[in-house]
Each structure stands twice: as C-alpha cells, then as structure tokens.
Design a protein around this ligand. Structure first.
Ligand code: MRU
Length: 371
C-alpha cells in the first residue's frame, strides 16, 4: 500500500469546486446542494434550523451515509443554538435520528456529538457541538482521501494485469455528493483518472431514486471520466459478456461479520459478479461499520413511499420539470431502499485504514492492536 500524505483530487462543477456540504467560517448554518434537483439544476440550500436539517435528510435533499451523518451533526448543533438543555438535546437527537434508519453514520454522528456535549455545562454545549460537527466533516474528507489511495493501489494492480481500459461497474452514488470529500466508491476512480489510468465506468441507473443516472453520471462527467449509463438489470449480461473487470460499491452499514448493506440492487450485482468471477469491492469509511450487529440480517431496511416506484421524475423535452406515472393508478408497489450482501460475496473491503479481504481482517484493521 502507498504511504505518505493521502492523494487528493478536486471535485469540480463548471470549473468550480463543488461540495455537497459547506460551512462558511463563523456561520451558524450550512449550505448543501439540493440533490433532488440534479443533474438538471444546481441549487444550493441554506440549512439554519434543526427541523430543516431533519427534513433535508428525510426528503433526500442530502443523502449518502457519510453526508447524512455530517448533516445530522450540524442539525444537532443548530438545535442546541436554540435550547441546549438536556431535554432539548434528547428531543433533537431523536428527531434527527428518526429521519432515515439504515445508514449507521447518522446515529454514529448524533451519538458522538451528544456524548461530547452532555458532559458540558449547558452554556458551553452549542459551541462544542459546532466544533464536533466540523471535526466529523474534516475527518470524512480525510477518510475519503485515505480510502481513495488504498483503492487506487487495487485499481493499479488490476490495470497492470492488462485491462485497458479498466471497466468498472458501480451502483447508486457513493461519490462526492454522498460524502464531505470526494466520495468512497468513486474516490479511487477520480484518483486513477487524474493519474492517467484508462477507465470506463458502467453506471447503473438505480431505480427508483436514480442516484446512478442523476448523480453518479453527473459527477463522472464533471471529471471527464468515460462512462455509460445502463439499466439496473443489465448488470448480469454485462458481466457474463466479460465487459466488467470489477464492481465497486459504497455501503450504508456493514455488520461485524462483514455483511454489507447498500442500495437496493447491490445484492443482485454481487450474485452476478460471483457467478462470473468478477471481484466485488466495497468502499467503506469506518463509521459505516456497526460493530454492535453480529450479522447483516439485523440491519433495519428502510422502506420508502410506494409513490417513488409508481412515478418517475425528470426533465421534459421542453425543459420543464416533469413527474409522470408509470403504472396504472392503484397499482400496489413496495419500495425497499437497501439490501444486504452476504460477506462471502465481497472480495475486498476498502477502508481508510487499508484493504481487508474478509471480516476478520476488517476487524483487525479497525479494532485489533493499538489504534
Ligand atoms: O438512499 P441514499 O441515496 O442515501 O443511499 C446511500 C447511497 O448512496 C449508497 O447506498 C451508497 O452506496 C453508500 S453512501 C456512500
């Protein structure tokens, strides 16, 4: 593995640096990209209230496990600006925690801020919460860079084996938009591309919220990385044809036994990958590991509104925003947002501390020895 300072790559939109979340120094507010409007419109939203933060997470203005963790932490700081009593702290923690159940980063960030401030006098709590949220943000940026460096080494090895270009498949969006830095699953891709390693990315559209089509394709385009959008169900065919060298996905929660909970459809890709000898790499920051759960079967799977399956949103030919029904009115629909891929189907876990081949080495990397 490479050593020294972690590599970094600027995330850009129209030549300008873009970040899913920013906080101007000294401001008691944060600014986020409204991800519901991408890729057609780039709209920023100021969050200056805990309820607004909660709604932004719930409605997926912001999404992606590490990003919702950071927004949750800032949301708690905003709540404490108004009332830092014990009761208000518990109520704000509960409100933010209830927004989305699956990604453990949200609970992790909220617990971290609460544990810190609960030990302080009421008058010192809000400032301490802002500082802690800033620390969570900065750590996530550093995690992305370190994780990206480790993933880059794996990609180099694969490229050296003669894959030119390297055909990578990804699912959902685990990019800069899902994090505070330049992503988890995409971080090695951005670095490899910046270093001239020829890449092509298969982007699966990711029904029903279309994070692949709307967000990952947008990000790859900003970076000039060749990519092709495919329907989710094309993955098996592409792998069987030998058109995929590696599948790289992010994670929303990883259990202690290495089971990986990620966007719905990941498990199908993992099965197709195993059947076709395609490696499946999971990129995960350590706050995504839930050591309290022995297996992935205990991870709560978010079920979202059926309407997200029954209607599809996009831009009409005349440029207007459109939302259309795709099934007969009254059709029953189910909308599970995540699935669990058993550890046996995962070839590599890429973390900020290095690469693990299995749950035991993941444990040793993160909990073994002196940390
Ligand atoms: O429902 P979302 O969009 O918040 O889902 C999160 C994701 O984008 C993914 O599952 C991702 O791979 C993990 S977050 C880096």
């Amino acid at each position: 593995m490479s050593s020294g300072s972690p590599p970094s790559v600027p995330a850009r939109v129209a030549g300008e640096r873009y970040r899913a979340l920013t906080r101007e120094p000294g401001h008691r507010s944060i600014v986020v990209i409204d991800q519901r409007r991408l890729p057609h419109t780039h709209v920023l939203l100021t969050i200056d209230d805990a309820e607004v933060a909660a709604e932004a997470i719930r409605s997926m203005v912001v999404r992606g496990a590490p990003l919702i963790g950071a927004v949750g932490a800032y949301g708690l700081a905003l709540a404490l600006d108004r009332d830092a009593s014990d009761g208000a702290l518990s109520a704000a923690h509960a409100m933010l925690d209830a927004t989305r159940p699956t990604a453990v980063n949200l609970r992790w960030a909220l617990d971290r801020v609460r544990a810190l401030v609960a030990a302080l006098p009421v008058g010192a709590r809000a400032d301490a919460a802002w500082q802690e949220a800033d620390a969570i943000y900065a750590e996530d940026v550093a995690i992305n860079a370190a994780l990206g460096g480790h993933g880059l080494e794996l990609l180099r090895e694969l490229a050296a084996a003669g894959h030119d270009p390297l055909n990578v498949m990804t699912h959902c969006n685990a990019g800069a938009l899902a994090t505070c830095g330049f992503g988890t699953a995409t971080a090695p891709l951005f670095l490899a591309h910046a270093l001239g390693i020829p890449l092509h990315v298969w982007v699966s559209e990711t029904r029903p919220r279309m994070q692949g089509a709307n967000l990952t394709a947008w990000e790859l385009r900003q970076h000039g990385i060749p990519h092709t959008l495919v329907v989710d169900s094309a993955s098996g065919l592409l792998m069987r044809r030998g058109d995929v060298d590696v599948v790289i996905v992010g994670a929303d929660r990883v259990a202690a036994n290495g089971d990986v909970c990620n966007k719905i459809g990941t498990y199908d890709k993992a099965l197709a990958a195993r059947d076709n000898d395609v490696p499946l790499w999971v990129a995960l920051p350590s706050p995504t590991i839930d050591w309290t759960l022995d297996t992935g079967d205990r991870i709560p799977i978010e079920a979202r509104a059926a309407d997200e399956v029954l209607r599809i949103a996009g831009r009409a030919d005349d440029g207007s925003a459109a939302r259309v029904a795709i099934a007969t009115e009254g059709t029953a629909a189910m909308n599970f947002a995540f699935d669990v891929t058993p550890a046996r189907l995962v070839s590599r876990y890429i973390t900020e501390r290095g690469v693990a081949n299995d749950a035991r080495s993941l444990h040793d990397l993160h909990r073994g020895g002196a940390q």
